[in-house]
Ligand binder design. Structure first.
Ligand SMILES: [Zn+2]
Length: 204
């Protein structure tokens, strides 16, 4: 149990006490928390491997506010409007094993929050555009950076690319480490005609 409130794994108050991500990441990537903090590490693990799907809602609450904050500027300066939410996909094999994609769960919660707030952001979810076509070794298990990058090349593909032509994209993932996965996804989305691509993650 992470939270002092009985019967709860994690609440918004716990999250608000966790330290923000401070390490350097690319300008277009917005991570919320420092992965090394025990509460963050444990709760992401519970969401990813233990089926604690309720946590997706708690993370989404925080990510939603962060997106809103960043978009207040981006929408004006860069005409970043009506974005499409795209979760970083799992390979079909891993999806079958786990039964769900944690990034997709967070996206679905973001849409619910947006609907409850009268579409303040006004985004839509597309979970059938970016697909993972190559089973890759777990990035975290590969120590060498170059090998990590090579591991990812050709791992994603885009389906139904007409849906993202000239559109703004928000990628969602639970964790970014080197940014390599997000970079590869962004590259292939831009090749398929996406306008601007930014990313939000729970942790870095
Ligand atoms: Zn709590």
């Amino acid at each position: 149990m992470l939270c002092s409130k009985t019967g709860v794994d994690l609440c918004l108050d716990c999250l608000k006490e966790a330290p923000g991500a401070e390490r350097e990441s690319a300008k277009w990537i917005f991570p919320l928390y420092d992965y090394r903090h025990p509460t963050i590490k444990k709760s992401l693990w519970l969401l990813k491997y233990k089926g604690k799907k309720r946590l997706a809602n708690i993370f989404a609450e925080i990510i939603y506010d962060k997106i809103l904050e960043e978009l207040s500027e981006l929408s004006i300066l860069e005409n970043f409007v009506k974005p499409i939410l795209i979760p970083i996909p799992l390979s079909p094999k891993r999806y079958r094993e786990r039964g769900y994609n944690q990034a997709e769960l967070i996206c679905k919660e973001l849409i619910k929050i947006d609907n409850a707030r009268n579409k303040e952001i006004n985004f839509s979810l597309e979970n059938n555009i970016l697909i993972k076509i190559k089973e890759t070794e777990h990035q975290a298990r590969i120590k060498n950076r170059n090998v990590r990058l090579k591991n990812l090349i050709g791992s994603f593909a885009v389906k139904n690319s007409e849906l993202i032509k000239k559109r703004n994209i928000i990628l969602i993932d639970d964790i970014t480490t080197t940014g390599a996965t997000l970079n590869e996804a962004r590259k292939i989305l831009k090749q398929a005609g996406a306008r601007k691509v930014i990313a939000f993650t729970v942790a870095h």
